[in-house]
Ligand binder design. Structure first.
Ligand code: TMP
Ligand code: ASP
Length: 236
């Protein structure tokens, strides 16, 4: 599928149009961003690793009956996806306390969260992705009541599939972020799932294996992503 132009260049991925208006090419770059783009670095091989990681996870989710935009990989760092009309919110589920939840509420990092916590964030870098709730989303028209319900339902379904997938690799799925869009009136999983957008800890050592290694300067970022991938069956 030929790329015809750049629709949107994000911090880590570029979205290209194709001759088919229903299909787009998602390019995974080596750029790695933290703190809303305040720190951006190139990490060799990350685009390729995340492309292959994402393809594997999206296919697992599809196998479990969760519809996603993923069609197929096109190259080492590019995948073909369906063109969704994205809903401008991020859906986060937390199985353990970490990151902004710890900073916001002063709870202990690593604390198990039963039931898991769901949070919405508005996608807006200039405002640093503020947390919003169902009322903000409905009233400001970012998504309908029904779409809000579907995003929550799908995000929790993903939790069941991925907790088990990562669990088999001796990894704890601490939290993760998903983005959804609309295609033919249906709410479908878009964006990506990679260690850039979730937290994964080694179940035995509690070592961080995700983008917190970059945020916290722990080193071996892409090596850890690959280790996580290998443990769940991704072939790099
Ligand atoms: P947080 O603890 O910073 O709120 O993040 C929760 C999870 O969501 C974590 O796995 C990182 C992911 N996330 C992103 O990937 N991008 C974002 O813009 C935000 C706010 C969170
Ligand atoms: N992806 C966001 C950023 O660039 C947030 C983060 O992962 O820290 O800055």
């Amino acid at each position: 599928m030929e790329k015809t132009g750049v629709l949107y260049a994000g911090k880590a991925k570029t979205v290209h149009t194709t001759a088919d208006r229903d299909l787009m090419v998602l390019e995974f770059r080596n750029d790695t961003s933290a703190f809303d783009g305040e720190r951006i670095e190139q990490l060799a091989n990350k685009g390729r690793v995340n492309n292959l990681f994402n393809a594997f996870v999206m296919q697992k989710l599809q196998g479990a009956g969760i519809e996603t935009h993923f069609v197929k990989t096109l190259s080492d760092h590019e995948s073909l996806v369906r063109n969704l009309k994205m809903l401008p919110v991020e859906c986060v589920v937390r199985n353990r306390a970490a990151g902004s939840l710890v900073r916001r509420l002063g709870v202990e990092e690593g604390q198990e969260l039963n039931p898991p916590i769901f949070e919405f964030f508005l996608k807006n870098d200039a405002l640093h992705d503020p947390m919003v709730n169902d009322f903000h989303i409905e009233t400001f028209g970012w998504a309908s009541k029904d779409q809000i319900a579907q995003m929550k339902d799908l995000t929790f379904k993903v939790n069941e599939v991925l907790k088990s997938l990562f669990g088999q690799g001796d990894l704890i799925l601490v939290d993760y972020k998903l983005e959804f869009g609309v295609f033919d009136g249906r709410v479908i999983l878009g964006d990506e799932f990679s260690p850039d957008g979730c937290r994964l800890w080694d179940a035995k050592t509690m070592e961080k294996m995700d983008k917190d290694r970059f945020r916290q300067g722990l080193g071996n970022v892409v090596e850890s992503y690959m280790e996580v991938g290998r443990r769940i069956g991704v072939e790099f």
